[in-house]
Design a protein around this ligand. Structure first.
Ligand SMILES: [Zn+2]
Length: 407
């Protein structure tokens, strides 16, 4: 926890923590973590996408490799644990080995960007590991007109070497510890959970169009009020969301035009975010929301317009690694709860190429992306204990035996 708070002090802002993709304070973070890992015998480098990579070698150089990590960037006015804790815990696991080498190497990864704050596109770091940090993405610019490519160069790295950041064939898995960022484990009274699935996500922009008119002279029965239609639809979205198990549906933004007190709104544009672990349930809900919008619009003499911005399928975590995590949590004396992650994580991207799994830590008050973000020291102890059991279990696993040289 002390280490997490120290890393939180390396910030672009004098008050509060903000550390976006390859911003100057990221140098300090890299130096600090390298300073913890090198005395343990790890070789630390920064890859061309700005990811910190610390390789703790295997007993024999030809052994396979396990990745353990999370992200080092933050949102503005961040807490001290989102992402960073997963990297600090990975270092703690190496310390917990007490100099013991395993039949496989452990590579600690601190991703340069997961939040997507600087370029509006998340997962720049992990995309490099799966070979998807492409020309398109390198050309994205931040608010100051600096491209991803330029940011990499300004940090002292070479975009031409990005290919060498990709995971090699000897990597057999990725494990990520992360705070839950929600209230579920706290409500259950449990310190840890294994993540089954990272929920799929749909994002839409929905616009109700009516007629702007005078708020004083237009009788109530002769109006085509876009805001009133939007309001009815928002509560319908909420009711449907409450009625379907595992579904979350959110209207987070509304913009009215002309947006003044004495004019009936002619137009209301809303955001819609829909998530579920099962893609069919998510897509069915989205269709239901759309039907509702059309029915409400028809009845109110409005028109409803629908634009899909994102349609991202759910990502299942690796069943073998998840089962191993469950067993490791059990060994710490806690009940191994299984849950869905409603938020996206680096593990979701890594899962495209290698078996990936996640462990959640209870988040007091469910608070995250806020300086009040916290974690209990007892829960961190449980996470380290679980992680060390996991490393030993993997040593004995058939999955690992199959990846050993000569197997
Ligand atoms: Zn995170």
């Amino acid at each position: 926890m002390v280490r997490c708070r120290r890393l939180a002090s390396f910030s672009q802002d004098s008050h509060g923590t903000r550390r976006t993709f390859l911003s100057p304070p990221m140098h300090r973070v890299h130096q600090e973590i390298a300073g913890w890992m090198e005395p343990l015998g790890a070789n630390v480098r920064i890859d061309a996408a700005g990811n910190l990579r610390g390789l703790y070698p295997a007993l024999e150089a030809s052994g396979p490799r396990l990745l353990v990590g999370s992200h080092l960037d933050t949102v503005p006015n961040a807490g001290a644990y989102d992402g960073i804790l997963g990297v600090v815990l990975a270092v703690a696991l190496l310390e917990g080995l007490g100099g013991r080498k395993l039949p496989y190497a452990v590579e600690v990864v601190g991703f340069s960007d997961e939040e997507g704050v600087r370029f509006g596109t998340p997962f720049i770091g992990s995309r490099a590991l799966v070979g998807r940090l492409d020309e398109d993405l390198l050309g994205n610019v931040d608010v100051e007109g600096v491209s991803v490519r330029k940011a990499i160069e300004e940090f002292g790295l070479k975009p031409a070497e990005i290919e060498s950041a990709a995971v090699e064939d000897n990597v057999y898995g990725y494990i990520e510890f992360h705070i839950e960022q929600g209230p579920v484990l706290e409500r259950l009274g449990l310190p840890l959970a294994v993540v089954d699935t990272i929920a799929g996500q749909s994002r839409m922009e929905v616009t109700f169009v009516g007629h702007a008119n005078h708020a004083g002279t237009t009788p109530m029965d002769l109006r085509s009020d876009a805001i009133a239609g939007a309001a009815e639809w928002i509560t319908a979205v909420e009711s449907i969301g409450q009625a379907v198990a595992g579904l979350v549906a959110t209207v987070g933004a509304i913009r009215a035009e002309p947006g003044v007190a004495n004019v009936i709104a002619g137009k209301a544009t809303l955001s819609l975010d829909v998530r579920h672990a099962a893609d069919e349930h998510r897509l069915r809900a989205v269709q239901h929301f759309r039907d509702q919008a059309e029915q409400i619009a028809l009845r109110r003499r409005l028109s409803a317009h629908w634009k899909t911005l994102l349609n991202q399928p759910a990502v299942a975590m690796d069943p073998f690694l998840s089962h191993q995590i469950e067993a490791a949590i059990g060994k710490t004396g806690s009940k191994p709860h299984r849950m869905v992650s409603g938020a996206g994580h680096d593990a979701m991207v890594l899962a495209e190429k290698i078996p990936a799994a996640m462990i959640f830590l209870r988040t007091p008050g469910g608070i995250s992306h806020d300086p009040k973000e916290a974690v209990a020291v007892e829960d961190i102890a449980k996470a380290i204990e679980c992680g060390l059991h996991l490393l030993d279990q993997l040593t004995l696993s058939t999955r690992l035996q199959a990846r050993m040289p000569g197997a």
